[in-house]
Design a protein around this ligand. Structure first.
Ligand code: PAF
Length: 288
């Protein structure tokens, strides 16, 4: 695997791969990689792509400077994991390469509606930062396909809408959530958990499963979510949001909808964890 740090080198490498007739599969990340990221690389490889990954901790998508400062930077370890997974090229730019005019003078992409509420409600400006950096990265890499984990369900919706609205020639491939044996969704933020918090953390997925059971049983959304918030409290979480939304556009679900997604975000200690569970035709779509 080759690692490059500049847009010029990145474009040279991608051009060569294209000249060899390869399709480009892109895996954008912020590093501190885990098996969830590696499953994105595996998906790109299964499609016989020339796999380009990026690692860039994007300051534009952090609303809290402390959160940005403590975000783990583990480039050497990440490089080893990507190389072992068969990634072809790593783009690891610094902040000046990405925002040469400064972040304040950067054109911002705002994706309406799907960006609002949920994580967009608790983290103002977050999805503008995500959409802007992903747009720039797509223009730099010019991939045929880009791979995103479904743990960030709203992020996938934002990126799909951006790509559709701006007629960007890239296929967005959502990849199922990777979970630990006890159900906890893999996340770079799990590293912030103490041993005791890690034990409690599985309670978020348990709560989403209980919401799915309750919703299927009596379809009373308000009561289901009220009970679930109490359960999360008892499990040691501070709930940020728990919602049932329509899968197609993330609008609030009604009892008539048969394809919904249960989305949750909750704090445990200093870590803010997010997770979701899809229910299609009233059957839960289990993530492997
Ligand atoms: O999901 C992430 O890691 C980031 O939001 C992304 C898509 C790499 C943009 O910085």
């Amino acid at each position: 695997m080759i690692t490059v740090h500049t847009i010029r080198e990145l474009r040279e490498q991608v051009r060569e791969a294209r000249q060899q007739g390869r399709r480009i599969g892109f895996v954008p990340t912020m590093g501190n990689l885990h098996d969830g990221h590696i499953s994105l690389v595996n998906n790109a490889r299964q499609r016989e792509c020339f796999v380009v990954a990026s690692i860039f901790v994007n300051p534009l998508q952090f609303d809290d400077p402390d959160d940005l400062a403590r975000y783990p930077r583990t480039l050497d370890q990440d490089q080893n994991m990507l190389a072992a997974a068969g990634c072809d090229l790593l783009f690891a730019p610094d902040v000046n390469e990405m925002y040469p005019e400064g972040q304040d003078r950067q054109t911002i992409i705002h994706v309406p509606e799907v960006s609002e509420g949920l994580c967009g409600g608790s983290r103002p400006g977050h999805f503008d930062g995500v959409a802007t950096v992903v747009n720039k990265l797509f223009n730099m890499v010019q991939p045929d396909m880009a791979f995103f984990g479904e743990k960030d369900f709203q992020q996938v919706a934002v990126i799909k809408k951006m790509v559709a609205d701006l007629c960007m020639p890239v296929e967005i491939v959502p990849v199922a959530i990777k979970r630990a044996d006890d159900g906890l969704a893999l996340s770079s933020r799990n590293g912030y958990l103490t041993e005791q918090e890690r034990e409690q953390a599985k309670g978020l997925y348990q709560t989403l499963q209980e919401i799915a059971d309750d919703f299927r049983a009596h379809k009373d959304i308000e009561q289901t979510l009220k009970t679930a918030r109490e359960r999360l409290d008892q499990r040691g979480f501070r709930t940020d949001y728990l919602e049932i939304r329509r899968t197609s556009d993330l609008a609030p679900a009604t009892a008539e909808d048969d394809s919904v997604v249960i989305l949750g975000a909750a704090y445990i200690g200093k870590a803010r964890l997010i997770d979701n569970l899809l229910i299609d035709n009233l059957t839960i779509t289990l993530n492997p």
